[in-house]
Design a protein around this ligand. Structure first.
Ligand code: MLT
Length: 328
């Protein structure tokens, strides 16, 4: 009897200690710099969104936020690294639609997007643009589609690896035209843009957060935006539908995640900080200049991101299967 009571007492004390340590960690959070992993190269659209949000969250939290670029395999290498990071709130992941497409595109993904992460909140949904090097022959989207049908694999198409938004857009475009182009993978569309500007690559489909400035400067050619209506940042760029490419709408949603097991109090603190960051004039204006907008506050929440991830994972499994794409 005596032993049982002492054992129970020891267990209760240990639990209490664990709770107070957990509680103390959340209470003092953030007590050290936070790292946000971007699963693509620096200088691309995901990196751009992350650095804008990180700056505003850092000011809100009163703590340094370091952006770490971990490119490769369409964003899955960076996501895998984040999935196995310590669940202490000091390593986060900012990733996009690729979290919902990877399960359909990879046979053996080293993480489960829906169970290995603690969602913090949605960030933004970014339109895509079909673009080409400045001196590419086709003038209109209609000319481009005909040019692709005629020249197929003689055209080089840049993307950021299987599961990247740029690769998804290319997959949908080639499926719509029933024509293959020669795909050239990069660690992110930041470096791909360098080659597009230099004329080493013919075309790409990339997010306005990476193409708006170049299009406005006349450095690359824009054929279409993948939104139902034209966007304010690029009023002269027609929608895909206007150019004859029906049902070609694609918006690249982005979410902020922590590893599963992160203290819910820390997740809530991060969601509140994300909402504050998205409500700042700097982020709103920077996003608008790049053709996008922050999500409303009620979308920058764990439940909203979890719901988006679940519904999009189901959708993309069907789209990838319908496109006849075999997981690699
Ligand atoms: C992509 O999905 O293509 C990525 O957003 C590219 C990037 O962020 O570098």
């Amino acid at each position: 009897m005596r032993k049982t009571i002492s054992t129970l007492l020891a267990v209760a004390l240990a639990a209490g200690a664990a709770f107070s340590a957990h509680g103390a960690a959340a209470q003092d959070y953030p007590a050290q710099p936070i790292t946000i992993i971007v699963p693509f190269s620096a200088g691309g659209p995901t990196d751009t969104v992350t650095r804008l949000v990180a700056q505003a969250m850092s000011e809100d939290l009163g703590q340094q936020i370091v952006v770490q670029n971990v490119g490769g395999a369409g964003g899955t290498l960076g996501a895998a690294q984040a999935a196995t990071a310590a669940a202490d709130g000091y390593t986060l992941l900012l990733h996009h639609i690729g979290m919902s497409t990877a399960p359909a595109l990879y046979q053996s993904l080293p993480y489960d997007p829906q169970t290995d992460f603690a969602p913090i909140g949605l960030v933004t949904e970014v339109p895509m643009t079909i673009v080409a090097r400045r001196d590419f022959e086709p003038e209109t989207l209609e000319d481009l589609l005909a040019h692709i049908r005629e020249n197929g694999e003689n055209i080089t198409y840049a993307n950021a690896g299987v599961g990247a938004a740029s690769q998804l857009c290319g997959m949908l475009l080639m499926d719509a035209l029933d024509t293959r182009m020669t795909e050239v993978p990069y660690q992110g569309t930041g470096p791909a843009m360098t080659d597009l500007l230099g004329g080493q690559i013919d075309m790409m489909c990339d997010q306005t957060t990476n193409t708006t400035t170049q299009i406005q400067a006349g450095e690359i050619k824009a054929y279409a935006v993948t939104t139902p209506e034209r966007i304010d940042a690029l009023p002269d760029v027609p929608t895909a539908a206007e150019g004859g490419l029906e049902n070609f709408e694609l918006a690249i949603w982005h979410g902020l995640y922590a590893p599963v097991g992160t203290d819910p109090a820390i997740v809530e603190r991060l969601s509140a900080s994300l909402q504050t960051a998205l409500a700042t004039e700097t982020v709103a204006q920077s996003f608008a200049d790049l053709g996008t907008a922050p999500v409303p506050a009620d979308q920058a929440t764990p439940d909203a991101l979890a719901e988006k991830l679940a519904t999009q994972t189901e959708l993309w499994a069907e789209v990838v299967a319908a496109a006849g794409v075999t997981p690699q």
